[in-house]
Design a protein around this ligand. Structure first.
Ligand SMILES: [Mg+2]
Length: 322
């Protein structure tokens, strides 16, 4: 037990609250008591809360020696930050629970803490509490992240309207074979830039964790069963797709797009914007299509064909005339 207490002290020394002048001042009490205490958010804003569990063998490979604990800690924090970004919020405080493999737990815990601390520092997040356990199983860790709602209100999935322009914050696909899936770059600043530029014309937003083709359906469903028409030539395909699936992409025109739509773990933002506001989109945003009232997700090709996008692929048998 002595090593566990020493470990907790070591972690605590790395989680000091920085100052009352920043958002971190909203964390009145951090690690060290039975609970952390957060003050009420200013200006009637709400707290955003999100949680994500990562398991060895499923979301990363630590026991096999593929991923270092620092990288795992960084990803565990970053995927939660990405969810706060998706609502245009600002991350403030994290609670971290870990089930550590008994063998070598000390080095794993320290590596995890360094990785989480590094990512938390990038976004001014306080590590406000957590729970450390040892067991004979593989590493499991859960991060709960609390963020501040923007003063004009969080951007929900449910606000899209027919005619809205759909845009993304960056190129998609090929994240897993390139290892980019372990190094998400949460788009907190970009989301806030969007909100500043667009105001109430920013209708809906989501972060892309499972792939555009699936995640955009969450927006369409939550917005009342809407559809979307994506332009195949406009969707930015990440260079990782060409680098890691060269043979497949060379022999099949649709293959690169299939990767962009379904690989997942891109952690870019996808958002829906009133058409009149599209010219106010920042330069890094790429317009990829339009929200429709069809209830279907379709892809329009350069030659005028339009095909349905079903889970995992294009339905070439149901192409529509131009
Ligand atoms: Mg999300």
């Amino acid at each position: 037990m002595a090593r566990e207490f020493e470990l907790i002290r070591w972690i605590r020394e790395r989680t000091r609250i920085q100052g009352a002048d920043s958002l971190q001042g909203l964390v009145r009490l951090g690690i060290g008591d039975d609970c952390a205490i957060l003050d009420s958010p200013p200006d009637g804003r709400g707290w955003l809360m999100t949680t994500d569990m990562l398991m060895d063998g499923r979301h990363f490979r630590l026991a096999e020696g593929v991923h270092a604990p620092e990288l795992v800690g960084r990803k565990a924090m970053a995927v939660n930050v990405s969810d706060i970004a998706a609502m245009a919020g600002t991350p403030v405080a994290a609670l971290v629970s870990v089930a550590l493999p008994r063998e070598g737990f000390d080095a794993v815990a320290r590596g995890l803490t360094r990785g989480m601390r590094q990512e938390a520092d990038r976004f001014g997040i306080v590590l406000a509490g957590g729970d450390t356990n040892l067991w004979n199983g593989p590493l499991v860790l859960n991060v709960t992240l609390i963020g501040l709602e923007p003063s004009s209100g969080a951007i929900l999935r449910s606000g899209a309207k027919p005619g809205d322009v759909i845009a993304v914050s960056g190129p998609l696909g090929g994240s897993l074979p390139s290892g980019r899936d372990m190094r998400p770059q949460p788009r907190v600043a970009e989301a806030q830039e969007l909100l500043n530029a667009l105001g109430p014309d920013l209708h809906a937003m989501i972060d892309l964790s499972d792939g555009l083709g699936g995640d955009i359906r969450h927006i369409l469903t939550e917005s009342g069963g809407l559809g979307a028409r994506l332009r195949a030539t406009a969707i930015p395909v990440h260079e990782d797709v060409r680098n890691h699936f060269a043979g497949e992409v060379a022999s099949d025109d649709a293959a690169a797009l299939r990767h962009a739509l379904s690989d997942g773990e891109d952690f870019e933002l996808c958002f829906c914007v009133a058409p009149k506001a599209a010219r106010r989109l920042p330069r890094w945003a790429t317009q990829i299509g339009t929200v429709t009232d069809s209830g279907q997700l379709t892809v329009e090709w350069g030659d005028g064909r339009e095909t349905l996008w079903l889970t995992g692929g294009f339905d070439h048998f149901r192409s529509f005339g131009a």
